[in-house]
Design a protein around this ligand. Structure first.
Ligand code: Q9C
Ligand code: ZN
Length: 676
């Protein structure tokens, strides 16, 4: 099942017809450069091209008022002077004789996308549209937006397909206040937005964009705002918010569909956002959402005004939707203090609504909200003084390397299986044809003798070391092996893999403990084990045991640990290879195993080798499917994890955050920072 791409040149056919500094960045080229980049990179061709349509009055009226729609309907017949005057009643938006037509197509494109995904014609997709939508309100255009495309599509999806829960992820750098207003009291729609805020100094300067707007009435807890109070946020800041706020809440919510307000003004170089996250981060943001709702994801373009970073970011998003492995994450040096403050605030505002956040630290008595008001005042005065200077000062041009071309793997998944186990669909059976070098064979034999393995075990191990080499050379992306003894195989492979310089192996072991003494603390391996064995204290930053009371049997606890411990550790470690070891009787249910397998593929460019005990052959099919990039089945709405597990995980997180910055969830000394 493919990826839909919706684009129509018609949506480039309106533009600003007068001088307005606030609106001059919203240009038709935003769309043409994005589409051309998709064509140039061979991505457009790999997508299923879906035509746009016009949203009907009925579609639009699900979100907007009749008066507003009727007013917009008149704009195609207005003179330039009338258009200017009509525009004046709204903030930071412009009208054009053709914008009503384009706005109907933009909303209609989002509807077509929902239909394609929900009818199973494709598994996911992206719509490249103008005008954007997330600022427009029931009776008002705003922020370049005329109709609220994503809100309209969300209402439509719920109604037409009977969806119970829709998640809207707004990664645009502006607050989609229109979306927030539209679903504030609705618990069936979870709206998440991060946005440049600067203590209410940044447009649209709304009090209700802050972290304490959590939703109203029945919708309390279903509006999640992460305000950025400084510019220059980086990849680490974005990922930290995903690991410690969005993903835990999203998995607990368990959406039937994910809608993305895909604005790319949150990328480096954007004149509005002034953030520093690189375009490759969108590969990871996308990947991390692709195992929710069985992979049903609709991304709809919002902002993005740097004509270099915008097309790069669009390509990263679409290529990930197509299933190509994400690039190695870059620049993960941990979140900044201001980001940690925001993270802390949002987590504490939501701790009463989400069991995954129950252990989040409370805010020190109103410290931060009073600071907000004070700062907003001070900085406004400051601004007045420096206004003339500011006008002359042009934003310094940012430079960043173009993201390297991502290869689409020719051979995705290789399997090493006993002869009596059939090779799963779309996989290739792997056996090493070349003779491995004698040194390798001797080492393998030594290890085997210790473990009393036989000659067929040696053949298997030879194949596996050869497979690791092929993965390293990018000839094969990932692999799966059934072995007679996972511990021995794992030890042999780790020993083999780390002989090459600058290789780092992340070993993830589920169910049952490995002999930790086999691992050195030299940083060439990071071992993370999940089990119910009360293990001795974690010995080093590279040897980590996550102990859950029921082992991997409690899905909620397990998934919390994966999202907020394993993923941050894995991303910060940045392995060149992931070894995923499944012990016999791990107690892990199939869907949680597939979630784990799917999520880990964001690391090491998807180079994951799964080792399973021979007795686990019933899981070969589902594991292969996950390695091939199929979305994991949804876990269902999660209940609260066991309190003792939550506490144990929190203790572990606190202990490890000294060494692993992506595990931090609070600023070093909250309330300090920019005090006078
Ligand atoms: N410095 C979207 O990204 N403010 N809308 C412009 C100029 C309006 C952004 C101020 C920004 C609207 C969809
Ligand atoms: Zn924006």
């Amino acid at each position: 099942m493919g990826t839909a791409l919706i684009y129509d040149e018609e949506m480039t056919k309106y533009k600003l017809l007068w001088v307005d500094p606030a609106c001059k960045i919203e240009v038709p080229e935003r769309l043409t450069v994005s589409y051309e980049a998709l064509v140039k990179n061979g991505l457009a061709d790999r997508c299923v091209s879906v035509p746009v349509r016009e949203a009907t009055d009925a579609d639009i009226l699900q979100v907007h008022s009749e008066e507003y729609l009727e007013a917009v309907k008149k704009t195609p017949y207005m003179t330039l002077e009338d258009l200017k005057e009509f525009t004046l009643q709204y903030g930071d938006v412009y009208f054009h004789p053709n914008i009503y037509h384009c706005a109907k197509l933009a909303a209609g494109a989002a509807l077509q996308l929902v239909d394609s995904v929900m009818m199973g014609k494709v598994k996911n997709g992206m719509a490249l549209v103008r005008p954007p939508g997330h600022h427009s309100m029931r009776s008002a255009a705003n922020g370049f937006c005329v109709f609220n495309n994503v809100a309209i599509a969300t209402r439509y999806a719920k109604q037409k397909y009977g969806l119970k829960r829709v998640l809207i992820v707004d990664w645009d750098i502006h607050h989609g206040q229109g979306v927030q207003y539209g679903f504030e009291d609705d618990p069936s729609v979870l709206y998440f937005s991060w946005h440049r805020y600067e203590h209410q100094k940044f447009w649209p300067q709304l009090r209700e964009s802050d972290y304490d707007s959590v939703g109203k009435d029945k919708g309390a807890g279903f509006n999640v705002n992460v305000p950025w109070n400084k510019v220059g946020m980086k990849n680490s800041d974005y990922l930290s918010v995903f690991f410690h706020v969005l993903l835990p809440v999203a998995y607990e919510f368990c959406p039937d569909l994910v809608m993305v307000c895909a604005g790319f003004d949150s990328a480096i170089g954007d004149p509005e956002g002034e953030m520093c996250a690189t375009p490759d981060i969108f590969a990871h943001l996308t990947h991390l959402l692709m195992n929710l709702s069985g992979g049903k994801l609709c991304a709809v373009l919002e902002g993005g005004y740097n004509l270099t970073s915008l097309p790069q970011s669009v390509c990263q998003t679409v290529q990930t939707l197509l299933g190509d492995p994400a690039p190695r994450p870059t620049n993960l040096d941990g979140p900044c203090e201001s980001a940690l403050e925001s993270l802390h605030c949002t987590r504490s505002a939501h701790r009463q609504y989400w069991s995954c956040l129950k252990h989040a630290a409370e805010l020190p008595a109103s410290e931060i909200s009073t600071k907000r008001i004070k700062l907003a005042k001070e900085e406004k005065e400051e601004e007045k003084k420096t206004e003339t200077v500011q006008e002359e000062k042009s934003v310094e041009e940012k430079v960043w390397p173009e993201p390297p071309k991502r290869a689409s793997p020719l051979n995705r998944t290789a399997v090493v299986l006993p002869d009596d186990v059939t090779c799963p669909d779309r996989c290739t059976r792997f056996s090493s044809s070349e003779n491995p070098d004698p040194v390798t064979v001797n080492k393998l034999r030594e290890n085997l003798l210790k473990a009393a393995g036989d000659s067929s075990a040696l053949t298997t191990l030879c194949s596996l070391t050869a497979l690791v080499e092929k993965m390293e050379q990018s000839e094969i992306c990932n692999g799966l092996a059934l072995v007679p003894d996972v511990s021995t195989a794992m030890v042999c492979l780790v020993q083999h893999a780390v002989t090459a310089s600058n290789r780092r192996v992340l070993v993830v072991c589920v169910g049952g403990a490995l002999d930790q003494s086999l691992f050195k603390d030299d940083g060439k391996t990071l071992l993370v084990q999940f089990s119910n064995k009360e293990s001795e204290e974690t010995k080093s930053k590279y040897n980590i045991s996550v102990c859950l009371k029921k082992g991997c049997g409690d899905v909620s606890g397990f998934i919390c640990a994966v999202l907020s411990l394993l993923l941050p550790l894995g991303y910060e470690y940045d392995p060149s290879l992931v070894l995923l070891v499944r012990m016999a009787d791990s107690g892990l249910c199939d869907s949680a195993w597939q979630q784990l397998t799917g999520l880990l593929q964001g690391l090491a460019q998807g180079r994951t080798l799964v080792l399973m005990q021979e007795s686990e052959k019933a899981c070969v099919g589902i594991t292969a499917s996950s390695l091939l990039g199929d979305a994991a089945p949804s876990l269902g709405q999660l209940c609260a994890p066991l309190p003792e597990d939550v506490e144990a995980m929190e203790r572990l997180r606190q202990r490890l955050q000294v060494d692993w910055k992506l595990l931090q969830t609070t600023a070093p000394e909250t309330g300090r920072g920019d005090e006078d």
